[in-house]
Design a protein around this ligand. Structure first.
Ligand SMILES: Nc1nc2c(ncn2[C@@H]2O[C@H](COP(=O)(O)OP(=O)(O)OP(=O)(O)O)[C@@H](O)[C@H]2O)c(=O)[nH]1
Ligand SMILES: [Mg+2]
Length: 323
């Protein structure tokens, strides 16, 4: 169980990533946390006995935050069997067991994002329209620069009006070079140029933006395959990462996005954005149950500092924290 005093202690004492981002994560997950409150918050109101009503409220809360039927069933079965075995005797114990279980479910998603040793590491950002690809590139450019990496951006979204300018603005803000061609140019050729230039100029990493597309649009998915083929000619190992950006607000539709982008271009990792704007952050448990993709980063806002490596314990602590 997280108490406010523990949270304050974390803010003061922890010197890792957590203190800087913890407050934002906690605030960002506020809508999902309120949605969970009916079922989960009640567990903390006192050392009540666990009856069917308590378990039903918990189940309903999980479903309402888009944890999904399968993951909810798994969680409820695990907890119910422990209640039946008399291992959990009151609601407080149930709350603690829930937190532990949720952390265990999310821990396999943790993986450190590394661009070391590739010179340049080529990273594609793919996803449906408006999920936060370009913004995430802007934030990540800064994050990687702060680790000492030399970053080059590729304005591979040559389709949407003003997409190139949007990336260039992020480039200026971070003092990062951007390789671009005018709107309407072939995006594969922009990304190719960027990788070639990064090789020649000794960059560590190329972050390549791509236009948003629906996972169901075969023609546009083929275009992504083409970018991949073209870059492959410069480096058979490239792209080293294909990051699928998911807007948490789409809830269960995220599952079909993972499936179809992976089938088309081989997704190597996920970034989940807009956790702050939604009560559906529970979808991350559905993702964890169904796929083995790492979640490298999460986004809880529009600002540079609103991106953080994913950490299962912090995520669940923030989700279940007391307001
Ligand atoms: N609240 C919130 N907004 C975000 C987050 N990430 C991105 N946004 C906002 O979402 C909107 C769309 O972001 P973009 O980065 O343009 O999305 P995109 O995927 O590049 O969009 P297309 O290129 O049109 O496909 C912008 O207004 C961003 O500021 C986040 O984590 N939280
Ligand atoms: Mg974009």
């Amino acid at each position: 169980m997280i108490r406010v005093s523990d949270v304050d202690k974390d803010l003061l004492e922890d010197d890792g990533e957590r203190p800087r981002f913890w407050g934002r994560l906690r605030a960002g997950l506020g809508r999902t946390r309120s949605q969970l409150a009916a079922g989960v918050g009640n567990l903390l109101l006192g050392d009540k006995e666990i009856d069917d009503g308590v378990l039903e409220d918990l189940e309903a809360s999980l479903l309402q935050t888009d944890v999904g039927i399968d993951a909810t069933r798994e969680i409820m079965q695990a907890l119910t069997s422990r209640v039946k075995r008399k291992e959990l005797n009151d609601t407080m114990a149930l709350h603690t067991a829930l937190a532990t279980l949720l952390k265990e479910m999310l821990r396999p998603l943790e993986k450190t994002f590394s661009v070391a040793g590739k010179k340049p590491a080529v990273v594609f950002f793919v996803g449906v329209n408006g999920v936060g690809k370009t913004t995430t590139i802007g934030k990540l450019a800064k994050y990687l620069q702060d680790t000492g990496a030399r970053v080059l951006l590729a304005a591979g979204d040559t389709f949407r009006a003003a997409a190139v300018e949007q990336l260039q603005r992020w480039g200026e803000r971070n003092e990062v070079s951007v390789i671009a061609q005018p709107q309407g140019a072939d995006s594969a050729s922009v990304v190719y140029d960027a990788v070639e230039s990064a090789k020649a100029r000794n960059f560590d990493v190329v972050l390549a933006d791509t236009a948003g597309r629906l996972q169901t649009n075969t023609n546009l998915m083929d275009e992504l395959k083409k970018i991949k083929r073209v870059v492959n000619r410069l480096d058979p190992a490239a792209p080293h990462e294909v990051l699928l950006v998911l807007d948490a607000g789409v809830g269960q539709n995220a599952l079909s996005q993972v499936e179809q982008f992976d089938e088309a271009v081989g997704v190597t990792g996920l970034i989940i954005t807009k956790l702050d704007g939604t009560a559906k952050a529970g979808v991350i448990f559905a993702i964890a149950r169904r796929f083995c993709q790492p979640v490298y980063f999460i986004g809880v806002g529009e600002h540079l500092e609103d991106l953080s490596p994913f950490n299962a314990d912090s995520f669940v602590d923030a989700l279940l924290a007391i307001d």
